[in-house]
Design a protein around this ligand. Structure first.
Ligand code: ADP
Length: 256
């Protein structure tokens, strides 16, 4: 496999009072180019830590994180990061927010306008380009955050519970839209969620993590065909994999 993101023996500890807390313990994982990988696991198992290391927002205590074979030393425009909290600037319109991301990536002004417009249309916000975030629903705000990431045209999307704050219907719509875009551009996606259905529906591979210390517990190949349709979601095969992931998440052996 041609690895786009590699975690090689990655550990991350935090000093806590007089001791050291191990948030991630010796994680090794290769994520292939064009792969869609989801990560699930109980709260506190290190999912966000894993994503933050790939994003360059945290450093490993030991081991290396590589993107395209190069060690991650900080955030970079080739990695788009999307969090649960939309983190939009309230005083900027949808267009302003998307263009701001391009400005940070040093894209010239004329090109910013064109690329922002394309990304805004891609996520279905064409009619709301001049709207301020406070006038948008949660789903629309998240679409705006996704457009901001897409506009920069990153090679890798790092998504940390991006749909976690949304109602069930909006969530399913954004899942379908994300898969639709992914099937066209095949950007590598690392997607964190605590929702087992979401993890299975989106991914080619589900990484199940365990806590204390945070580590990879099981890797489950989904093996269902794309495009993922309602038919796939309601199929017995989907139910089997969901049950396997559920078992792996909720019936973990206690740490030794
Ligand atoms: P998850 O995303 O799976 O809920 P996190 O990666 O957010 O887990 O956190 C893993 C563990 O590391 C948690 O127990 C959390 O309290 C701890 N942790 C994360 N960041 C810090 C920090 N900056 N300082 C101390 N502990 C932290």
């Amino acid at each position: 496999m041609n690895a786009k993101i590699s975690f090689r023996g990655v550990s991350r500890t935090y000093p806590v009072k007089n001791t050291v807390f191990t948030a991630l313990d010796d994680v090794s994982l290769d994520i292939g180019d064009e792969e869609f990988v989801t990560v699930v696991g109980p709260s506190g198992c290190g999912k966000s830590t894993l994503l933050n290391l790939a994003a360059g927002l945290a450093e490993p205590t030991s081991g290396t994180v590589l993107v395209d074979g190069k060690p991650v030393t900080g955030p970079g425009p080739e990695r788009g990061v999307i969090f649960q909290q939309y983190a939009l600037f309230p005083w900027l319109t949808v267009r302003g927010n998307v263009e701001f991301g391009l400005k940070l990536a040093s894209v010239p002004a004329a090109e910013r306008t064109v690329r922002a417009q394309r990304a805004i249309e891609l996520v279905g916000l064409g009619d709301f380009a001049d709207a301020l975030p406070k006038t948008l629903s949660g789903g629309m705000k998240q679409r705006c955050a996704i457009a901001r990431a897409y506009a920069v045209d990153p090679q890798v999307l790092l998504m940390d519970e991006p749909f976690g704050a949304l109602d069930a219907l909006t969530r399913v719509q954004l899942q379908d839209q994300l898969l639709d875009t992914w099937s066209r551009d095949r950007r590598t996606v690392l997607f964190i969620t605590h929702d087992v259905d979401e993890a299975v529906y989106l991914a080619g591979r589900v990484i199940v993590m365990a806590a204390r210390p945070g580590r990879i517990h099981q890797v489950i190949d989904v093996g269902l065909p794309y495009p993922r349709t309602e038919e796939v979601r309601l199929s017995p095969e989907f139910a089997d994999i969901r049950n396997a992931v559920w078992q792996a998440v909720y019936h973990q052996p206690a740490a030794v």
